[in-house]
Design a protein around this ligand. Structure first.
Ligand code: OMP
Length: 285
């Protein structure tokens, strides 16, 4: 398969830099007039697939909302992944996995191996057992043309206490994650392409990228930027947070886009309009 960074660049060039989040919160499912049950989950998820497939570049189903319903919910997630990918829409499975290396191999096999029913095009992972513990996932993603989004600066208020901590005089914990991703992307960056190892940096992190001296542009990482919309991130904050790394940004919005449902056309229209607004914000830098 063509490397993830190349496929991601093509998707955002065509559809704009939006990742539509597919987060079936109880409140949203009920607001759409559906029962909070497996049947309601399935209806919600398939409505999103109808709205987004072939119209949005990237979709990010949040695994937790499917896991709530046990194996029946996970089966719905598998269908979402398969149907979106069949339409050529990239899927980031948001499961934030991270464990010791030997267990990480099993997570990698589940989410990044060809033929696995839960394998999308990329997976979110947590490096807070040590970036190196992600090695099985980093290697399998590279081998199968898939990507990872590694948590660096998350959008939640509890994140900075860990992520801004200084390791030594020259760097922070988040900085060490950026350095790890940059090293894994070095070959792609040398070819002038985006790498397969992305970072998660919230659209809500204010001046943290500058304050911590993180050179995201040089790292060549795709940047998944959640927090846009419902958590207060705006077009303006996306511009301010990312500066020279703006062309690498894939802004993610779940509740703000999903609140336009359940009408398929209205949902699609909200996603497409959000993607176009983001495209203009990136272009005007
Ligand atoms: O990895 C993520 O996607 C993520 C990282 C982060 O730092 N903050 C964050 O909100 N997310 C996810 O992004 C989505 C945000 O949803 P909204 O706030 O509704 O747009 C949820 O699925 C979160 O789990």
């Amino acid at each position: 398969m063509t490397p993830f960074g190349t496929r991601l660049r093509a998707a955002t060039d065509t559809f704009g830099p939006l990742c539509a989040g597919l987060d079936p919160h109880r409140g949203l499912v009920e607001a759409w007039g559906l029962d909070y049950s497996v049947a309601g989950l399935e209806r919600f998820a398939m409505t999103c697939v109808d709205a987004f497939a072939g119209h949005v570049g990237v979709v990010k189903p949040q695994s937790a909302f499917f896991e709530v319903f046990g194996s029946a919910g996970v089966a719905v997630l598998e269908r979402v992944v398969a149907d979106l990918r069949a339409a050529g829409t990239l899927v980031v499975v948001d499961a934030k996995r991270g464990d010791i290396g030997s267990t990480m191999q099993a997570y990698a096999d589940a989410y990044l191996a060809d033929g696995s029913p839960l394998a999308g095009d990329a997976l979110t992972v947590s490096p807070y057992l040590g970036y190196g513990a992600l090695r099985p996932a980093l290697d399998l993603a590279a081998a199968t043309g898939r990507g990872l989004f590694v948590l660096a600066l998350t959008s939640n208020p509890e994140g900075p206490a860990v992520q801004h901590a200084r390791l030594d005089e020259s760097g922070s914990v988040a900085g060490s994650v950026v350095a790890g991703a940059a090293a894994d992307n070095a070959d792609a960056v040398a070819r002038g392409e985006l790498g397969h190892v992305g970072l998660v940096v919230g659209a809500t992190v204010g001046s943290a990228v500058q304050d911590l001296g993180l050179d995201l542009a040089a790292a060549g990482t795709p940047i998944l930027a959640p927090g846009f919309g419902a958590q207060g991130g705006s077009l303006d904050s996306v511009r301010r947070v990312f500066g020279p790394a703006l062309p690498q940004v894939l802004a993610s919005s779940s509740r703000d886009v999903l609140s336009a449902g359940p009408d398929v056309a209205a949902l699609r229209e909200r996603a497409v309009a959000t993607a176009e607004a983001l495209r203009e914000a990136v272009a005007s830098g």
